[in-house]
Design a binder for this molecule. Structure first.
Ligand code: ZN
Length: 286
């Protein structure tokens, strides 16, 4: 099992830079990185580096880019203009992925939509949008990985709903991201996960979380913890054992926390800690 770093861990650390993350991830032995789109969108205009600088780094080092994280709010768009904007954003992300040597785009569902859609309507819409997206990524061999978000206002907020969409699309380039925090956040079903085809899980986001009520407004990404920190309530053995049992082939365990306390660390301390914790987790459970 290889180890990955997601820039959610350190995106707000002082003087954050994606290029520095690549160097530090290489230094501390990460095999992969999920690059956060918000970091690129903030830092590219600041001139901290160019996409070509990042692409050159990946070409000359062991570290590889696991995913472009993310195209957010891809579904349930109400007007043609909004739908076109999603496809235009996808075109731009594909252009960037070609420079970065990245073969996966994480897509995040929309939240707080203006219509009171049923799960069936959300599923039909997501399937149609993903099929349109597949036509764009297929020539590039880039995968799409839906990340369900375990918050009440999100349109796709449980594992089983995301999985049903992936099954319906039924395309080798379309799978999902299993983020442990999000799985717990809206009480996704382990029974559903146990019945799933592990090959459809493209990305595994590792984290712990405080034990706060499902659906509470304060149950946010900020409650995430390094796994097995005091207060972490997740059953890590069950997650790992289930992924093994269902044939997860992603071959990477990626640390992703968004805890404000961890943003007080230096970038180096943050990435060093993330590497130690991810490696320890893999050694213990995999
Ligand atoms: Zn995640």
């Amino acid at each position: 099992m290889k180890i990955g770093f997601n820039e959610g861990c350190n995106r707000f650390c002082e003087n954050h830079s994606v290029l520095e993350d690549l160097k530090l991830c290489e230094k501390y032995g990460f095999d992969y990185i999920d690059v956060q789109s918000e970091c690129l969108d903030r830092e590219l205009p600041e001139g901290k580096y160019t996409l070509e600088d990042l692409g050159d780094f990946f070409r000359t080092h062991n570290l590889k880019m696991l995913s472009y994280n993310a195209l957010v709010f891809f579904n349930m768009k109400q007007t043609q203009e909004e739908k076109d904007a999603v496809m235009a954003e996808l075109d731009e992300i594909i252009r960037r992925c070609e420079i970065l040597g990245c073969k996966m785009i994480v897509v995040v569902p929309s939240m707080d939509i203006p219509v009171q859609a049923t799960l069936d309507e959300i599923k039909a819409d997501a399937v149609a949008v993903l099929r349109q997206m597949v036509e764009k990524v297929e020539p590039h061999g880039i995968k799409l990985s839906i990340e369900f978000i375990g918050q009440p206002t999100m349109t796709i907020n449980r594992f089983e709903d995301a999985y049903a969409i992936v099954q319906e699309v039924n395309h080798p380039l379309v799978g999902l991201t299993l983020d442990q925090y999000h799985f717990h956040g809206m009480a996704s079903s382990f029974e559903a996960l146990e019945k799933a085809d592990g090959k459809k899980i493209f990305v595994w986001h590792l984290n712990g979380t405080e034990n706060v009520p499902c659906g509470a407004a304060y149950n946010t990404d900020e409650k995430r913890l390094w796994p097995e920190e005091p207060g972490d309530c997740l059953d890590h053995k069950r997650f790992a054992d289930t992924l093994k049992k269902i044939g997860f082939e992603g071959d990477v365990c990626t640390m992703e926390v968004f805890r404000p306390d961890y943003y007080k660390l230096t970038n180096e301390e943050n990435i060093k800690t993330a590497a130690e914790r991810t490696r320890a987790h893999v050694e213990k459970y995999w």
